[in-house]
Design a protein around this ligand. Structure first.
Ligand code: TDO
Length: 165
């Protein structure tokens, strides 16, 4: 009888697609249709985001920290009264849902391993990056921040910063 299971208990870390730069790397652990599971590492001081994909490439995210600590940030760029919400996330926090209309990013307080499930494929052409590093650095007295060139060139967004529970 032919088995339809190519490999039972396939380990997602066996042959992931890995992308990266000097700040860390991203591993695409699983991708099928609109479902994507990714894991990224970031060195202490790395700032990623804030990122959001426009329609029709909207992307809900479910995130968690596997090791280390981050400040996680979200804002709704379309809300003129919007604030940048932040909260610290550690492995004890467990999974957190980031709705598709929110621009999202994080700052690595320590070296960090971050894992996220996306309901929606990566679409670089539909991605907006918002530059908030200066605002956050001042509000939270963050030290040196390492940003990608893409994120340095993001759309500047100056708004109040508030802690979420
Ligand atoms: C995220 C991602 C990036 N890439 C490529 C694009 C680029 O060449 C390289 C690095 O991309 P980035 O610098 O945008 O990776 P990164 O800063 O890790 O992007 C992530 O940031 C956090 C805050 C999020 O919310 C995620 O949704 C995602 O946007 O990897 C993919 O091919 N697929 C992907 O799913």
């Amino acid at each position: 009888m032919t088995s339809h299971v190519a490999k039972p208990f396939a380990c997602l870390l066996d042959q992931p697609v890995t992308l990266g730069d000097q700040r860390g790397c991203i591993k695409i652990l699983y991708e099928k249709g609109n479902v994507v599971l990714k894991r990224s590492t970031s060195q202490k001081g790395v700032f990623r985001g804030l990122h959001r994909q426009r329609a029709p490439s909207l992307q809900d995210k479910i995130i968690r920290v596997l090791s280390g600590r981050i400040y996680d940030f979200v804002t709704d760029p379309d809300d003129p009264q919007g604030v940048i919400w932040y909260r610290e996330i550690t492995p004890e926090t467990d999974w957190v849902h980031i709705a598709a209309h929110l621009a999202h990013g994080f700052y690595a307080i320590t070296d960090v391993e971050f894992e996220y499930f996306c309901d929606g494929r990566y679409d670089e052409a539909a991605e907006d990056s918002y530059f908030v590093a200066d605002v956050l650095s001042e509000a939270l007295s963050l030290g040196d921040m390492q940003l990608s060139n893409k994120d340095k060139a993001g759309i500047p967004l100056a708004r109040p910063v508030r802690q979420a529970n």
